[in-house]
Design a binder for this molecule. Structure first.
Ligand code: AMP
Ligand code: MG
Length: 397
């Protein structure tokens, strides 16, 4: 199978999951538990926003044509108060921010722009109709779409839900993601490894990434590098909504993940991507269940999950547009790489400044370097050099 460029691999994942994934179940959650969940209903304005013309300032409701000049103050309207008086020619009503503009008034003049007189106010300012007033329905009309299905709710979405009176909201069920680390050298985190052994960090970094992507991780026991052990655990993992494996997908004699998956009747969409770290990377399906075979080196596992597999978790959780939040930052030093692969390298974004510095590292086993970083620098496959001060793409962590 030909190795896919990074963007093509990502597009393939999104296309295949959208084509074949079952629609996620819908659950009703309290508004307080809805942040971070994916909206499963469309949310429309339940009335005009604002429902009546509203003042944007503390000041006086006036007829614009009366200004500049002196006006008689005939009343006061506060936020939360219904006012049934009228503003007639030569009159003003004192008004607070958020209060409903009284009948007859067509502008608000700010309290800072008037001087008080014995019976009222005077101002040298001109006013135009509409000044400091949000007309009825100017933010949204009753029935307008405010939030669409498939949106991951953040604090702004929560505000809108509260604003239309939703104390409970329909969201998609979080997808279950089975995590299966493979390898004879892998030992449990609380074991003391011998020199030829490594602790299982991948299962835990993946679980953290799955949670952050809105999934529910389930860590399986480590599969040994035998056909029987790997097959048994892959079959178990395929009962989840998605199976993510680490290790066993390179060209070594004991890299048997693909062999086992093929034996289970898998369809493979790709098994190599032109990225570093993480070139061997398997994506496919057994029946209606998708799987990823990610490379075992810990930095490769992290990078391939974050930039590729994560999109599948988002989609299985009902997200309409899986995010890949690249940003741009200026390099503090000149950076070169060999074109042909998209590279994701540990880097440090300067706090408070859009600047990025690559971090020296020893390759894809070096999680210590990733620990000193707070981002991955993204080097495009078709460019060789970026000079100090030039903008480069960055994936913050
Ligand atoms: P593999 O992709 O199976 O060839 O694994 C490559 C290397 O990644 C192994 O030699 C280990 O050092 C490391 N590795 C594999 N699986 C894990 C894991 N679960 N946790 C930490 N390191 C791992
Ligand atoms: Mg291995």
């Amino acid at each position: 199978m030909a190795a896919l460029p990074f963007v093509a691999a990502r597009e393939r994942i999104i296309a295949e999951v959208l084509r074949a994934a079952p629609a996620p179940a819908v659950e009703l959650v309290d508004l307080r538990d809805a942040a971070g969940r994916v909206l499963a209903e469309t949310v429309r304005a339940d009335r005009d926003w604002p429902p009546a013309a509203r003042s944007l300032r503390d000041g006086f409701a006036v007829r614009a044509a009366d200004l500049p000049g002196e006006l008689r103050v005939t009343g006061e309207v506060r936020a939360g108060q219904a006012y049934d008086g009228e503003v007639k020619a030569g009159e003003a009503v004192e008004i607070m921010t958020g209060a409903t503009v009284p009948y007859g008034a067509d502008a608000v003049v700010m309290v800072e722009h008037v001087t008080r007189t014995a019976g009222g106010i005077r101002t040298d300012r001109q006013a135009s109709p509409g000044d400091f007033i949000n007309p009825r329905g100017s933010e949204a009309r009753r029935g307008d779409l405010l939030l669409d299905k498939g949106l991951r709710l953040d604090f702004a979405g929560i505000a809108l839900l509260a604003g239309v009176g939703k104390s409970a909201v329909e969201v998609f069920a979080r997808p279950r993601v089975a995590i299966l680390a493979t390898g004879d050298e892998i030992v449990a985190v609380d074991e003391r490894p011998l020199d030829h052994q490594v602790r299982n960090s991948n299962a835990f970094s993946l679980a953290a990434q799955v949670e952050r992507a809105g999934g529910i991780p389930a860590i399986l026991p480590v599969a040994r590098d035998t056909f029987e052990s790997t097959r048994l655990l892959i079959e178990r993992g395929l009962s989840a909504g998605l199976l993510v494996l680490s290790g066993g997908v390179s060209a070594g004699k004991y890299d048997i993940v693909e062999t086992v998956l093929a034996d289970l009747g898998a369809t493979f969409f790709f098994d190599r991507v032109r990225i570093q770290p993480g070139q061997p990377l398997v994506f496919g399906r057994v029946g209606e269940k998708f799987f990823f075979g990610l490379p075992g080196n810990p930095v490769s596992t992290m990078v391939t999950f974050e930039t590729l597999a994560r999109a599948a978790v988002d989609l299985l959780g009902g997200v309409k547009c899986p995010p890949l939040p690249f940003t741009l930052a200026r390099l503090t030093t000149t950076f070169r790489h060999n074109p042909g692969l998209t590279r994701f390298l540990p880097a440090r974004l300067t706090p408070g400044a859009p600047e990025v510095t690559p971090i020296p590292w020893q390759g894809s086993s070096d999680i210590a370097a990733v620990g000193r970083a707070n981002a991955f620098l993204v080097a495009d496959e078709d460019r060789e050099q970026w000079n100090a001060g030039e903008l480069i793409q960055v994936l913050p962590r």
